[in-house]
Design a protein around this ligand. Structure first.
Ligand code: NCD
Length: 315
């Protein structure tokens, strides 16, 4: 195995985790432990690691957690951060993605954190401008920082990654979180099981080391972790499942279903939740739920990503 101290992410864009080695993922997780201490220590959180660096958040799709946590992460590290909202920028006047990216580049920014509805948008950005690009979600393709914070949350709660059984359940077909999770988790030795309505499973499942189930019970049996995905109502053509009531009955994660998993099963959900559809209120607030921890860990992971790509890590 490569020596972790020789691994560097300096200058690397974060488009998808298929382009990351296990050692690079390890470096991000290890860096995030230090960042989490800073967030939790109380008092002054401001560091100077990224002093003099400028970061733009460019979001073409709605976001609460991801955008706010990238903004706070940059600010905690001392960078100047500006968030552009597609609804109040020249994007509404029809400016192309390329022109918007080049305009931002001309202002001297060091990183662009972007979310776009088109798969491949972040990769395209790396080809037309020079700042570091961090993909905060491109259509149904990838959401690398979410998968990293999922790994971080699992490791914090379970003390390890390799050998755990993780069930990812729900709308796999439209989920960039599922796709990034599968790459990240299999690279770190996790036994991944996915389950969903047949119409919500990718037809040709492309991942090695992943077991696909149509039956939810088989996926969650003896699971250490259940990651419940939001039904992406905005990315669905009508008719992929009979009704929301039927979905909740067959695939909703409720207290009865939790009994099939291990007693100490950890519950994750990337948010926002459709309560009563893919997850019940009781499960969201049960003692094994780490949904709230995921949000705090998201800030730590995003601090780690920004520090490593723009500064090479704490020296
Ligand atoms: C996810 C996203 O946008 O892909 N949310 C998030 O980043 N916290 C998941 C989702 O929207 O379902």
């Amino acid at each position: 195995m490569e020596n972790i101290s020789e691994v560097s992410l300096l200058g690397k864009s974060v488009v998808a985790l298929e382009n990351f080695t296990p050692e690079e993922i390890r470096l991000v997780l290890d860096t995030a432990y230090g960042m989490k201490k800073i967030i939790c220590r109380g008092g002054d959180k401001k560091l100077s690691n990224l002093r003099g660096k400028a970061i733009i958040n460019l979001f073409y799709e709605p976001s609460t957690r991801t955008r706010t946590s990238f903004e706070l992460a940059g600010k905690y590290l001392g960078a100047d951060v500006v968030s552009i909202n597609s609804g109040t920028s020249s994007i509404v006047k029809g400016e192309s993605l390329r022109d918007t990216l080049r305009t931002i580049e001309a202002m001297g920014v060091d990183a662009i954190v972007m979310r776009h509805k088109a798969e491949g948008a972040a990769d395209y950005a790396t080809k037309v401008v020079s700042p570091v690009i961090i993909n905060a979600g491109d259509g149904a393709h990838a959401h690398p920082s979410q998968a990293l914070l999922d790994l971080f949350t699992i490791e914090q709660k379970k003390g390890r990654l390799a050998g755990l059984k993780v069930a990812i359940v729900g709308d796999i077909l439209h989920s960039r979180v599922a796709r990034s999770d599968v790459y990240a988790m299999t690279k770190m030795g996790i036994d991944v099981h996915i389950a969903g309505f047949k119409t919500l499973l990718p037809r040709f499942f492309e991942f090695e080391g992943v077991t696909v189930h149509e039956n939810l019970e088989d996926a969650i049996k003896d699971a250490d972790v259940i990651n419940v995905l939001r039904i992406q109502l905005e990315r669905q053509q009508a008719g992929l499942f009979p009704s929301t009531r039927e979905y909740a009955r067959v695939y909703g994660i409720n207290e009865d279903r939790l009994k099939l998993a291990k007693d100490d099963v950890l519950i994750l959900h990337p948010g926002p939740q459709n309560k009563g559809l893919e997850i019940s209120s009781e499960v969201t607030y049960c003692k094994q739920s780490a949904i709230h921890d995921q949000v705090q860990n998201g800030v730590a992971i995003r601090m780690a990503l920004l520090d490593l790509t723009l500064n090479g890590g704490t020296k």
